[in-house]
Design a protein around this ligand. Structure first.
Ligand code: C5P
Length: 237
């Protein structure tokens, strides 16, 4: 990692990376591939699914008949997300809700994130809210063909999320597809990097990994300078 062999994790300045993209575009796989290529401890993936708002009984009824719009930013509790991201950025411990796609609701338990060096935030609206954008060190948009997205989503929703084929197709054409064009695709404009072909794109993954490592090194150098200024570590000989 550069000229200095010393690495001082800047606990008070976690690197946060946003990975946006359509449903089924491979955001999670891309995030996992970045984690694997970084080969560092303290890297955590946080899904925006955790921040879907609780539904009223009437909304829940609609959700079970595939009539509720989960693809508008309105469906996400950005206030809590921003709160948690700010805590993580500052090295604080953060309690994260756990979401059940089968129940369309948060479950009782939460999960705890302990001050990672790198946090990857993945979700269809990861690059949507200006307060989130302010906290991001790197903004990625995962690009994928819409046929591929739909087929991946059908398989996943039926196998893992307790859905049926008719409901999935209805939800796709009523909400997922139109809102992709309205809200998800415009995030390309704000992305630093657009990654086509997901995890097949080894060159992009290596470049992203390299860029994240450089950011960590830069933060570490600044942190060491600050510690030296405060007299908490000795000058390097
Ligand atoms: O994992 P992925 O990015 O595909 O998750 C986002 C998708 O989850 C949205 O497109 C939304 O339609 C879907 N969703 C759902 N049921 C919920 C919450 C979200 O089908 N209860």
């Amino acid at each position: 990692m550069g000229t200095s062999s010393r690495y001082s994790p800047p606990w008070g300045d976690a690197s946060i990376i946003g990975v946006a993209g359509g449903s089924g575009s491979g955001k999670t796989s891309l995030a996992l591939a970045i984690v694997a290529s970084l080969n560092l401890p303290w890297v955590v993936i946080m899904s925006m699914d955790s921040f879907y708002k609780p539904l009223t009984p009437a909304q829940s009824k609609k959700a079970f008949s595939n009539d509720y719009d989960f693809d508008s930013p309105e469906a996400i509790d950005f206030d809590i997300l921003v709160d948690r991201l700010r805590d993580i950025k500052q090295g604080k411990v953060a309690e994260i809700p756990v979401y059940s796609f089968e129940k369309h609701a948060r479950v009782e338990e939460t999960t705890t994130i302990y001050s990672p060096h790198v946090l990857i935030l993945e979700g269809i609206f990861a690059l949507h809210d200006p307060r989130v954008l302010e906290l991001l060190d790197l903004k990625i948009f995962a690009e994928a063909d819409s046929d591929l997205c739909l087929s991946r989503r059908l398989v996943r929703d039926i196998k893992e999320r307790g859905r049926d084929i008719e409901g999935c197709i209805k939800q796709w054409f009523d909400f997922v597809k139109p809102n992709f064009h309205k809200y998800v695709a415009p995030q390309r404009e704000i992305a630093d990097v657009i990654v086509p072909r997901g995890i097949e794109n080894k060159v992009a993954i290596a470049m992203l990994s390299d860029s994240i490592q450089k950011t960590l090194h830069r933060k570490s150098t600044l942190h060491q300078q600050e510690l030296r200024r405060l007299g908490q570590i000795a000058e390097e000989s």
